[in-house]
Each structure stands twice: as structure tokens, then as C-alpha cells.
Design a protein around this ligand. Structure first.
Ligand SMILES: [Zn+2]
Length: 122
């Protein structure tokens, strides 16, 4: 299963894609949907973007990836318009705090409840 988390700043993108390739989704213009896998390199402050549609890999600087008027990538535009999401794989389980059968593994790998926000470190 997967759920999505809206990414609104480049700092969030860096946090989630730091040192690991993560799956993101772009929705623009009411439903156009594309998947991107992104890996962030902190040493060069650049991003590798793998496009699921055509199988290409491109490398962008922070300036390029956040440019909402870029003709190379629509990530900046999607982030600006609220259409950029991190896709996270998760396993529902019973929350120790509220008993709700929800929750997911957040990016640090810990369980966090969708219902009450209870964070269960591992
Ligand atoms: Zn809970």
C-alpha cells in the first residue's frame, strides 16, 4: 500500500530524498499524473531525477529543480502549485495508543499513527 505526503519546499524534498532514491508523484492541471524517482546528493546539492515515463535520468541543481518556469522539469511548478507528493509504502497496523488500525512507516522507518499522531520509535 502507499500513501502520499505533499512536498511544498525544496528542504522537504532534500530531507526525504537524502541518500536514498524515493518515489514522488506530480499532479498538474487537474489529474495529469507522473511518477519521478529522485535522489538527493548533499555534497553537490544536486538531484538525480528518474522519469518513469520515458526512462530518462536527469541531474538538476537546486535552482533548476525549484524553477517554476523551467522547461526541463515541472517539479518546481508542481511544488509551487501544491501538486508534488512523496509516495510512501506503508503497512497498516494497530496503534498502541488509540487502537486505530491505521498508520504507516514514516521516512525514518518508524511507525506513526494517522489517527492520533502517536509516534512509536523502533
Ligand atoms: Zn493512534
Amino acid at each position: 500500500m502507499s500513501k502520499s505526503l505533499k512536498i511544498e519546499t525544496v528542504d522537504d524534498l532534500k530531507k526525504y530524498a537524502y541518500n536514498k532514491q524515493k518515489d514522488f508523484a506530480i499532479t498538474l492541471n487537474g489529474g495529469v499524473f507522473s511518477r519521478k524517482e529522485i535522489y538527493y546528493y548533499s555534497d553537490t546539492n544536486t538531484f538525480d531525477v528518474f522519469s518513469g515515463i520515458d526512462g530518462t535520468i536527469a541531474n538538476f541543481t537546486e535552482t533548476e529543480i525549484t524553477d517554476e518556469f523551467s522547461n526541463k522539469t515541472n517539479i518546481g511548478k508542481a511544488m509551487k502549485l501544491g501538486g508534488f507528493y512523496l509516495m510512501e509504502e506503508y503497512e497498516p497496523k494497530t496503534c498502541d495508543n488509540c487502537g486505530s488500525y491505521e498508520g504507516y512507516n514514516n521516512s525514518s522507518g518508524d511507525f506513526q499513527c494517522d489517527n492520533c499522531g502517536h509516534d512509536e520509535g523502533e
